[in-house]
Design a protein around this ligand. Structure first.
Ligand code: UYC
Length: 232
């Protein structure tokens, strides 16, 4: 019923992260009474914050298989729901729309492109970022990219998720790779086909950073003040 759906939704939105995670399966089975409540409820959540609950609710509606409901929600947030800003003049709406739809492979490619754009014209021309260019990337933009990935992954993806895991691995990259699902039994995961482009991928699986030219680029990104500030 609507009352039950409303109570479930409020418990999900006000509970601790642990309580919220334990409600994910129930939410997924809640049906149309819940989906009906989501669009208006989103307007009362903080789009400038960091909370992934809203991102998950959006993904529930967009994955519901009900075209009218999906289109109505997309029409209500044509630039995406989360408020993200850029001082580099980039538009993160296409990235956000991919993430909302859980089109994670497209979102990942767009994220790499944005990193090249943030690194400057040289990086765009050469097709990859030098680790030395990371320090010049604006805090605002790297924060926006990380907030987007966090919001639409139940807090599981994004550079801050990867940085937390690296800390849990005592800074040892060889321990990190298997945890991210980037290496199994000593073999690198093959790009792009062998990566898991879904919310069920291992924590920190995305965004991908190619290790072909070494770990220094990823190290610089995870050490960037924008990301370090998000480890609380
Ligand atoms: N690739 O293996 N990767 C590419 C990853 C490695 C290789 C792109 C990630 C190991 C080549 C992305 C992993 C390796 C190319 C990623 C991974 C390797 C390529 C798109 C697990 C061989 C094409 C381009 C760590 C043993 C040529 C980009 C090229 C592309 C990501 C090979 C996003 C996370 C060491 C030959 N791989 N890459 O760079 O130069 O964004 O791109 O990491």
């Amino acid at each position: 019923s609507t009352v039950d759906a409303d109570q479930l939704l409020e418990r999900f939105l006000t509970g601790s992260v642990r309580q919220r995670r334990s409600l994910l399966a129930t939410l997924g089975q809640a049906g149309t009474a819940l989906l009906d409540l989501i669009p208006d409820r989103l307007d009362h959540l903080d789009a400038t914050g960091d909370d992934w609950a809203a991102g998950h609710l959006i993904q529930l509606v967009l994955a519901s298989g009900d075209t009218a409901r999906q289109e109505a929600l997309q029409a209500r947030h044509p630039q995406g729901w989360l408020a993200v800003t850029s001082v580099a003049g980039l538009d993160y709406a296409p990235l956000q729309l991919h993430l909302m739809r859980q089109a994670f492979e497209e979102a990942d490619r767009l994220t790499s492109e944005h990193l090249r754009q943030l690194a400057g014209a040289g990086a765009v021309r050469r097709g990859y970022v030098y680790y030395s260019e990371v320090a010049t990337m604006p805090v605002t933009d790297l924060t926006s990219l990380d907030r987007l990935w966090t919001c639409y992954s139940q807090g599981r993806f994004g550079f801050s998720a990867q940085a937390r895991l690296l800390l849990a691995c005592q800074g040892q990259w060889e321990r990190l790779w298997p945890r991210l699902g980037w290496k199994t039994d000593g073999t690198w995961t093959r790009y792009p086909g062998a990566f898991r482009w879904s919310i069920d991928a291992p924590e920190g699986h995305m965004p991908l950073i190619n290790q072909l030219r070494g770990v220094r680029l990823m190290d610089a990104l995870l050490q960037h003040p924008a990301i370090q500030a998000r480890l609380e």
